[in-house]
Design a protein around this ligand. Structure first.
Ligand code: NA7
Length: 544
């Protein structure tokens, strides 16, 4: 099939998830010849790989989807408030088929390198299928949680049982019946899969390094009536979405937790706890991640809920062994996570002060010598987030500089979209954009549309090269850190802080003030002829 494909195109897009699919659609609409590569066998990105039991979206279905097409929105019916992974994957397949996108995607194909040629102004993209493709533009649509990370536990290769990672889950599923399962990690993936694995396994032991603060999702089926209402209110909800820092159609919080009496606070939190999901964190108070006292109010409330849910005080103690401020790591939402610890076949082990020393043939041993016999180990240990998936592409820009080298002290991405030294490279949901703090489709659509506008601008003005300036990029990088200074976000090791994996430089990796002000900034850049970028024609490029 490859021989029929063009080896010189306008654009190469890497990734066929939410970002890559919409990017391909827009590029094609504008008449750019495009090739898309994805290592998976199908579309879906994150939703292709993360097939662990319980995997589901934490944004509600009616806004965790594309907004660009009324037809697509009207034709698709979500079954519930928070759809599970198979349904989201079905949706992305539906969109890809509806727009006839798959014919331009090379599946089973991993990009192994990309190199910019300064004299010819194009990228050469190499793949593990031996292809080499030239493109004027290289667009990464590789997501932020796409490079699974697994700690190198000594002895893991001697383990006689099965080893899984939530993000690399076998497509045929896993049957844990009769098995003693150890699950490492209590982020969203661990918290979603724990209740499901517990229902099947003979025994489940959750190994927790960091106690998390989870809030009930309160998932439910959607009735026709509910869907009709969501559709009728689409414009109103969309306006709320675009006005929201996190890109969700929520009313913004108005008051500091500290302005309210203790009864008022509790009443507010009770109401939101019952509603479920992200509203609890994001519509309660204005100052949860800026004021330690406000933070303590919310953390204390969650702790009370955990202690009143979990019957065994010893288990509750472990689940409440908090060592970070609530909201400074990605907040999980759950379906019966804490309730699951009331089952006799589920235990929780703190590995914070007593880490895993080694894996043996029949289980794992902690530092203090405690040994846990296991038939299977599930790593819910997350990802080399944000930069991992981009750096894996082995990109080399101007003057032979690699992106890995340029980003050795942390990502440097002007507007979260481009990087100096890497002309005509655009990153959808790139580092230092708000993406990881925002309902992804909102940021994705914004980025894709912005990139298309930039390419159209180049076409109109005869530019062949668009490159961020070192100066404006430096100012942006500085702003990213300055914006979170003084907040609690910097107080924790988290993947927001690039510090979930040993050895990565600890820097905040997102634009913090939220989607609306970010959109304003990048819209203004577009409206003003792209200040902060050098736009070169053939002639000026040669002169430079
Ligand atoms: P996360 O949120 O990064 O969670 C990973 C979890 O694994 C977290 O509890 C980590 O503890 C734990 N972890 C990581 N490495 C280790 C080692 N070496 N030993 C013990 N425990 C470890 O990943 P998820 O897959 O849950 O979620 C990723 C995103 O997907 C999520 O934010 C949503 O956007 C959906 P730590 O907190 O680092 O101490």
């Amino acid at each position: 099939a490859y021989s029929s494909r063009a080896t010189e195109v306008d654009a190469v897009v890497i990734g066929a998830g939410f970002s890559g699919l919409y990017m391909l659609h827009r590029l094609r609409e504008q008449g750019y010849s495009t090739r898309v590569f994805d290592a998976a066998k199908g579309v879906g990105g994150t939703w292709y790989w993360n097939r662990y039991p319980g995997a589901r979206c934490d944004s509600e279905s009616h806004y965790y989807c594309y907004s660009f097409s009324d037809e697509i929105r009207n034709e698709w019916k979500w079954s519930c408030r928070y759809p599970a992974q198979p349904e989201i994957l079905d949706y992305l397949n539906f969109v890809a088929d509806r727009l006839d996108l798959k014919k331009d995607i090379d599946f089973n194909t991993r990009v192994t390198a990309g190199t910019y040629d300064e004299s010819l102004h194009h990228w050469t993209i190499e793949t593990d299928t031996g292809e080499s493709v030239r493109a004027k533009f290289l667009i990464t649509a590789v997501g932020n949680t796409s490079a699974p990370a697994r700690p190198n536990l000594p002895g893991l290769d001697t383990f006689a049982g099965k080893v899984y990672h939530t993000a690399l889950w076998p497509h045929e599923g896993v049957d844990f019946t009769g098995k003693r399962v150890g699950l490492i990690g209590t982020g969203s993936s661990g918290i979603q899969s724990t209740p499901m694995i517990a229902q099947q396994a003979d025994h489940l032991t959750v190994f927790q390094r960091t106690a998390n603060y989870s809030v009930p999702a309160r998932n439910h089926a959607l009735t026709d009536e509910m869907r009709r209402e969501q559709n009728e209110k689409f414009a109103e909800l969309r306006a709320l979405t675009l006005n929201s820092p996190i890109g969700m159609p929520f009313e913004l919080p108005e008051k500091s937790a500290l302005e309210l009496s203790s009864e008022e606070r509790t009443a507010m939190l009770d109401k939101l706890w019952d509603k479920g999901g992200f509203r609890f964190m994001f519509t309660s108070f204005t100052d949860i991640v800026t004021d330690p006292a406000a933070n303590e109010v919310v953390a204390g409330y969650i702790e009370d809920k955990i202690r009143s849910t979990v019957n065994d005080p010893a288990k509750a103690d472990v689940l409440c062994e908090f060592n970070h401020a609530v909201g400074t790591k990605r907040p999980p939402i759950d379906t019966e996570y804490y309730e699951t610890f009331n089952r006799d076949n589920v235990s929780i082990v703190s590995i914070r002060k007593n880490p895993i020393r080694e894996v043996t043939a029949d289980g794992l041993t902690l530092e203090n010598g405690d040994h846990h016999e296991l038939d299977a180990i599930v790593f819910a240990t997350g990802f080399d987030t944000v930069t991992g998936s981009i750096l894996k592409l082995n990109l080399t820009g101007r003057n032979g500089q690699t992106l890995a080298d340029k980003w050795k002290d942390g990502p440097r991405a002007y507007l979260g979209l481009a990087s100096e030294g890497f002309p005509n490279l655009f990153m959808i949901t790139g580092p230092q954009s708000p993406a990881i703090l925002v309902n992804f489709p909102v940021c994705i659509e914004k980025h894709v549309d912005w990139v298309i506008d930039a390419m159209e601008h180049m076409k109109r003005t005869g530019a062949v090269e668009m490159e961020a300036t070192a100066q404006d990029e430096a100012a942006w990088v500085e702003k990213i850190s300055a914006d979170v200074e003084g907040t609690l976000m910097t107080s924790t090791d988290s993947w927001y802080m690039n510090s979930n994996i040993p050895g990565k430089p600890k820097v905040f990796t997102a634009y913090f003030p939220g989607m609306p002000s970010y959109s304003e900034i990048i819209d203004e850049v577009a409206a003003n002829g792209y200040p902060g970028f050098n736009l070169r024609t053939h002639e000026t490029a040669e002169a430079a």
